[in-house]
Design a protein around this ligand. Structure first.
Ligand SMILES: Cc1ncc(COP(=O)(O)O)c(C=O)c1O
Length: 396
């Protein structure tokens, strides 16, 4: 293969040169006397990415799934009631984990393509006069369907009803890309991973935890070991970890946090919105349908695109991958064959998105999906032509 392969899946994402270089270092002693000089500022700066002042951020070796586990195992007890919703493969899997932990799950199944069911959450929370529900779970950005839900609205609901449940958020494909405000939205545990907005290889579960969630450790009776907040707090307080940390990834994380903070978290979110809008315009110009059913839920990190009756989305993915050096995201579970996904998050700019859209057009032409060649790329070009800075100024 000559030239770049276009990585247009919604994680892992493209890795910036700065991050690669930061990790191209000899392996180091994670018990070295000066290791805390590196880790303490990193843990402090991560709080700026999560936008929390009173919470803490923990870094576990693992992936987002491990982060889910840490949220449950540290704060809840077997048989505790939790309120959940499933509207895509990832929200579904977190609910499944709740069952496996022996929680008493009230789950609301929502049509895939829609967001968190606020009305049903309201009804369940209002009916729970004894405050038996200990945690409310929300997938901020459902990567399987390209749906972003409003965490702010869930917080407002809890506050309005005066319900004290913990608010758990899956931020795996949102933190570091979308607008995310842990403190302002009263999020108690937010789970993220290294391979999406943080632009790193897979291997870290990065978890933000509020003081309220830390207090909930006192009543939790679920066994927890590897993902123990207690152990992390003890070791992190001196700048170390309870076991061998993924130190090389931490070096990369330092670089990625520096990049995010230098750009500014508001600008990061605006850039993602700008890039995503170009993709959405391309989808409309192709005459295809976004799996996300309403603009209020449009995800700025991933778009799932329906290929329509008579076509198999896997053919598009196969063609893009084998013939045109483009990796697209597959349709997961019930969406398999029905959608392909374009990831547009992380270290990305307009020309990289146009490359992905071009790859999609080549593949769609190859498998016979009818559309006008160049229409999607053209729509995105028209949108991007003013430039990101121009779009940003116009929005202000
Ligand atoms: C929204 C969401 N939650 C959770 C996960 C699971 O994370 P991981 O694969 O890092 O364990 C993913 C993975 O893509 C995801 O997109």
């Amino acid at each position: 293969m000559t030239g770049f392969k276009c990585l247009a899946v919604p994680g892992p994402t493209n890795m910036p040169f700065e991050v690669r270089q930061a990790m191209d270092v000899p392996l180091e002693d994670h018990r070295a006397p000066d290791f805390p000089e590196f880790t303490m500022p990193l843990l402090a700066d991560l709080k700026k990415v999560f936008r929390t002042e009173t919470g803490q951020v923990f870094i576990f070796p693992g992936s987002g799934t491990g982060g889910w586990e840490s949220a449950i195992a540290n704060t809840l007890s077997a048989g505790d009631k939790v309120l959940t919703s499933a509207f895509g493969q990832f929200s579904f899997l977190w609910v499944d984990m709740c069952h496996r932990f022996g929680l008493d799950v009230t789950n609301i199944d929502v049509e895939w393509g829609r967001g968190v069911p606020l009305d049903e959450y309201r009804a369940a929370l209002e009916a729970d006069k004894s405050h038996a529900i200990k945690a409310v779970l929300v997938c901020h950005n459902e990567t399987a369907t390209g749906v972003t839900s409003s965490i702010k609205a869930v917080r407002a609901l809890l506050d309005e009803i005066g319900h004290p449940a913990l608010l758990f958020v899956d931020g795996v494909s949102s933190v570091g890309s979308l607008d995310f405000r842990m403190e302002e939205w009263g999020v108690d545990v937010v789970v993220s991973g290294s391979q999406k907005g943080f632009m790193l290889p897979t291997g870290l579960a990065i978890v933000g935890v509020s003081q309220k969630a830390l207090d909930a450790r006192n009543t939790s009776d679920l066994p927890v070991c590897f993902f123990s907040f207690d152990d992390m707090i003890k070791s992190n307080s001196t700048g170390y970890f309870p076991y061998t940390p993924a130190a090389t990834l931490l070096r990369g994380l330092r670089a990625s946090v520096d990049m995010l903070l230098a750009e500014g978290m508001d600008n990061v979110a605006q850039r993602h919105h700008h890039l995503a809008e170009g993709v959405r315009r391309a989808v409309s110009a192709w005459g295809l349908t976004n799996c996300c059913q309403d603009a209020q839920w449009h995800s700025d990190t991933v778009t799932a695109i329906k290929v329509g009756e008579g076509f198999d989305a896997n053919d598009v993915i196969q063609s893009a991958y084998h013939k045109f050096n483009t990796s697209l995201g597959a349709g997961l579970s019930v969406l398999n064959g029905k959608v392909f996904r374009i990831g547009h998050l992380g270290w990305l700019n307009e020309i990289m998105v146009l490359q992905a859209l071009g790859g999609v057009e080549l593949a769609m032409r190859d498998v016979g999906i009818p559309f006008t060649a160049g229409s999607g790329v053209g729509a995105a070009v028209d949108f991007y032509a003013g430039g990101y800075q121009a779009a940003k100024v116009a929005a202000e």
